[in-house]
Design a protein around this ligand. Structure first.
Ligand code: 0GY
Length: 304
């Protein structure tokens, strides 16, 4: 391989690479646990980063993800197309095709996607698309375009993963109500954890979930939401625990490896796994969060 090919993409100067040597978690994951939110990046010389990307990461290839899965004690992964790859799902599809059935995917598609392309994604293991409203990550698409995409993927039985900031919930609610698919909201809608977990702001999110049976959420990313930082991410606990206890059948958990756009610290993935029993304190809740719920959404054919 030429030097030029190896160096096709230089990661951003302030990019923090994933933890090289995470610790072994003290928490023993239940058998069959699914890491339901993670990404692969590149490698850029095989799967080039998208011209429209807002960041250039370090490579985080599938082999590293499989090694982390096995080290932490997970059985399966749900890989979410990262914005640095735009709507070019080749790295995702390659990972799914080399996962031995242990990974499913959430893709990004344009409204021009063909039925053949959708079918090929489905065959590879894609079960959803992601709509992203975080302006530092994407040029946000109009609701009409997103509705057109939802209409295309509904016949496949896919769901829609939505990523937005807490302040945008009001604007996005009409779209959520219009989509007519199963919906999964990333990172509890990114609450401001300096506010109370039982206060007006987070109540809005809880009330939205209570009023919409088709909406699930990922109780993920304490490392992104925490203001107190990596010493336990304790300020995020009451938020995630409230959601898990109120909606035990509609929550998912994932590492978010390789943790794009962390600016101050890179989490130790073993410590993130040790966060789980704080938010899902009983074996029954842990089993729903880590096994039953993700299996229902991503591997329903394997449930007896
Ligand atoms: C996450 C969060 C982020 C990035 C992406 O696709 C992405 O680029 O999802 C972020 O920067 O907050 O869920 O990985």
């Amino acid at each position: 391989m030429s030097v030029l090919a190896q160096n096709m993409f230089l990661m951003d100067a302030d990019w923090l690479p994933f933890h090289p040597n995470p610790s072994k978690p003290a928490f023993r994951l239940p058998a069959g646990a699914v890491d339901a939110h993670c990404h692969v990046f590149g490698p850029g010389n095989r799967f080039p980063y998208a011209p429209e990307r807002k960041y250039t990461p370090c490579d985080a290839p599938k082999e590293k993800l499989w090694a982390l899965r096995d080290f932490l004690g997970f059985s399966r992964n749900v890989i979410v197309q990262a914005t640095c790859h735009g709507a070019d799902n080749r790295a995702l599809v390659d990972a799914l095709q080399h996962s031995g059935g242990k990974a499913r995917g959430v893709a990004t598609v344009r409204k021009t996607v063909t039925d053949e392309e959708l079918q090929a994604l489905h065959t590879a293991g894609v079960r959803g698309v992601r709509f992203n409203f975080v302006k530092r990550l994407v040029d946000v698409l109009p609701h009409d375009t997103l509705i057109a995409i939802a209409d295309r993927i509904r016949p496949l039985g896919w769901h829609i993963v939505i990523y937005f900031e807490a302040a945008d919930l009001g604007d996005i609610l009409p779209l959520i109500e219009r989509l007519g698919t199963m919906i999964v909201i990333d990172h509890m809608g990114r609450p401001d954890v300096s506010k109370p977990a039982r206060g007006a702001d987070f109540d809005r999110f809880i009330d939205m979930m209570a009023g919409h049976d088709n909406v699930w959420t990922k109780v993920t990313c304490p490392e992104r939401l925490s203001l107190t930082g990596p010493n336990g991410y304790d300020d995020v606990v009451p938020f995630a625990r409230r959601v898990v206890e109120r909606f035990p059948d509609r929550v998912l958990w994932g590492t978010d490896w390789p943790h794009p756009n962390m600016k101050k610290h890179m989490p130790d993935d073993g410590h993130l796994v040790d966060f789980i029993p704080k938010i899902a304190p009983t074996p029954a809740l842990q089993r729903k969060l880590l096994v039953d719920n993700p299996m229902r959404l991503y591997w329903p054919e394997e449930i007896g």
